[in-house]
Every structure is written in C-alpha cells, then in structure tokens.
Design a binder for this molecule. Sequence first.
Ligand SMILES: NC(=O)c1ccc[n+]([C@@H]2O[C@H](COP(=O)([O-])OP(=O)(O)OC[C@H]3O[C@@H](n4cnc5c(N)ncnc54)[C@H](OP(=O)(O)O)[C@@H]3O)[C@@H](O)[C@H]2O)c1
Length: 331
Amino acid sequence: MNNTNRKIRFGIVGTGTIAHRFAEAIQNVTNAQLVAVASRTKENAERFGDEFNVPLRFDSYEKMAASDAIDAAYIAVPHSGHIACSCLMMNHGKHVLCEKPMAVNAAEAQEMFRCAEENNVMLMEAMWARLVPGTLKMLELTQSGLLGEILGVEGKFCYTMDEDEMDHHVFKNENGGGSLLDVGVYGLYFASWYLGNKVESVQATASHYNDVDNHTCVLLKYENGAIADISSALLLRKPNEGYVYGTKGYARLPRFYAPQEIEISLNNGEKQTLSVPYAGNGFEEQITHFSECVLNGLKASPVVTPEQTLYIARQMDAIRNLIGVVYPQDQ
Ligand SMILES: NC(=O)c1ccc[n+]([C@@H]2O[C@H](COP(=O)([O-])OP(=O)(O)OC[C@H]3O[C@@H](n4cnc5c(N)ncnc54)[C@H](OP(=O)(O)O)[C@@H]3O)[C@@H](O)[C@H]2O)c1
C-alpha cells in the first residue's frame, strides 16, 4: 500500500498522565491513529477508551500484545515496567515507542534493543523534546555558528510534587524513582545535543528522599573544555530554564529541553526572540516521526538513535554510582 495513505495503528499501554497527553496529540497526526488502550483493570481501560473514543479496550497488556489490531505500542507505565511491557509487545511483533527514560539502567536498555533486533521491529525512546521545532531551530542556530563555539550549557528541570503525592512511583526505588531518571534525563540529553558526547569527567551530588535522589546536580566537563551544569529535583522548584553559551553570545530557553521560545543575546549587543511553537501539545512531532520511520521500514530512528539512548543510560548509571542510588534492577 502507498505509505501516504497508511496510518500506524497504535495501542497505548497504561492509562496515566502521559498516556492522556499522547492520546490528545495523536488526534492531530496524519500518519497514525489510536485504535487500542490496555490497562491492568477493565475500569481504567473503559474510562480511558470513553474519554478518547478508542475502539478497542483491553483489560490486560498481554491481550493487547496478542491482538492483530495494532502495529505499534506506546509504553506509558512507570520506568520499571518499560522493559517488560516493551519486550512483551516486541515479542508479539509490535513496534514500540517507549517513554523516557527508556530503561532503568543501561543493561536493560541494551536488552530491549536486542529484543527489537531479534523481532525485527522498531524501538525508540520517546524523547519527544529532540523533535519539537524549538530544538530543531536551536540546533540550526548553533550549527550556523551564530553563537560561536559552544562552551557551556545549563539546564534546570526542578519541580515539586504535592504533599499528597508522596506515594507516587517517582519516589519508589523499585520503580526506578528519583529526579535524575524522571527529569534529569532531559538535561543530559540537552547537554548532548549542543556539546556532543566527548565527556572527560562527571561530577555529581544529590540530596535523597529515602532511597532515591530528590535533588541532583551534575557537572559534565568535555574534552574541548566545555562544561554542562544540569540539575533535577522532585521537591524543589527552580526556574525551568536553560542556557546555551557560545563565544559570540548565548541563548536563553524557557522550558529549555523543548523550548517554544528562544531568546538570543549576542556579544555585539544584538538581541532577538524567536517563537517556535509546537504543532499541538509537543508530542505530535514524535508520533509523526516514529510512524514515518515504521512506514519506511526503519528499525531505528536516525534522530533519537539507539546509540544515544544507550549513551545517556550509561551516563545515568555513572551518575547514580556517584550519588549512591542503586536499584534492584542493577543486581
Ligand atoms: N514525556 C513526558 O513528558 C513524560 C511526562 C511524564 C511522565 N513520563 C514518563 O511516562 C511514564 C509514566 O509516567 P506517568 O506520569 O504517566 O505515570 P502515571 O500517571 O502514574 O501512569 C502510569 C500508568 O501505568 C500503569 N501502571 C502499570 N504498572 C504500574 C505501577 N506499578 N504503578 C503505577 N502505575 C502502573 C497504570 O495504568 P493502568 O493501571 O491503567 O494499567 C498507570 O496509570 C514514566 O516512565 C515517566 O517517566 C513522560
């Protein structure tokens, strides 16, 4: 069939916060459609199905995996469930778009890519922020040399969970909890987009809540002398912003990892603000990209690559080693 007429039929695994965002976004995408949702309970599957008019509702993840009605699954469960849900889907021949961080550690990520290869399906980490117009524009600007040589990056993704949410899986060690994996991952990706992967040394310190990190600060020093300063928190709010510093000027990015506005300030005094809005809620671009890859027969995204997912997973393993966060999955 002509690819222009084809739509990737998605099923969502999980019915929580991010599943809702995905279900809203896919309605604005032309090469994909939401045909199924799977929950651990019938009630949640029905509620979600009613809310988004999803034709097929499964009361188990296994039942959806076995269904011929979907081509791809979007994994929207806590981090600790990513490997099991992704492999379940891939072992049934489904392509997988898996929420970030794709795995709790690099060993799991490697196993997931092995499973994708074995089943000849596509697996991509849902690093939606790499695909939004603001990131593409920033990459174009930095590559054009506008800011000169990039020698510094700063990114703070620090928020506060409410007091009545202390039972949330982000605070649970067995779920791969902690700020680094939850939101620090964005800062690490952000640094890699503008500074590359030639990291010479990593320093990190963290405050802990029980056995997970609730506030983590990381300094990455690169071979060319550049430095990235990345922080993440679950119980401390900081301005959610980032900077990319070059020898000719800098960019300030509100919501740095997926900016909709770019404020350029050059050393010669010139200033400009660029508006770079999402197509919808920010997920449309990644759904379109993933579906296009699948329709073109790719088994990996050329943009959100397996190599980069593994690189960041290893970096997070190394940082956890420095801040003393160990998960049962590490054993
Ligand atoms: N890309 C982004 O911007 C973004 C933002 C937030 C979160 N995320 C990622 O998305 C994933 C899910 O986060 P979320 O905020 O959507 O979580 P959430 O609101 O708690 O939803 C998770 C869903 O997973 C299912 N589930 C399966 N096993 C579970 C368990 N042991 N505990 C709790 N729920 C379980 C549940 O659905 P059923 O009971 O219906 O099966 C639940 O509704 C995480 O990996 C997170 O890092 C990404």
